[in-house]
Design a protein. Structure first.
Length: 124
């Protein structure tokens, strides 16, 4: 009996969000970024950018970080794409959203989405 092991591909990461979010992502080492200014055209621009990234994902991105503010503008697209394995789309709160952010609920929701059950986090 023989086995063939596939070498995992290293796919790049991209971040989409408002200026402050992008600066935080750059500080974390993400080099491919799309800044969406919060203007009246932000929804249209975000929708076009996300659609372009997803259609290019066969050759490109493995992970798309998107700020929660921008994700709310394109919620129908994200909800449609979430069951797909590639690219992985992760919503991340931006600096202005941290006061509304519950870290335990965030990680529990990710676990529910990707492994199908909740992981209990210890209190404290």
């Amino acid at each position: 009996m023989s086995y063939t092991f596939l070498k995992p591909r290293k796919l790049p990461i991209v971040a989409i969000g408002e200026e402050e979010f992008i600066e935080a992502m750059k500080a974390a080492g993400v080099t491919d970024v799309i800044v969406i200014d919060e203007t009246k055209d932000a929804k249209k621009i975000a929708r076009e950018a996300l659609n372009k990234l997803v259609t290019q994902s066969a050759q490109g991105y493995g992970v798309i970080f998107i700020s929660t503010r921008i994700a709310e503008l394109v919620r129908p697209i994200i909800d449609k794409l979430m069951p797909e394995l590639m690219p992985l789309i992760l919503e991340v709160p931006g600096p202005r959203d941290l006061d509304k952010f519950d870290i335990k609920e965030f990680y529990s929701s990710i676990a529910r989405k990707f492994i199908g059950f909740t992981i209990g986090l210890p209190e404290g």
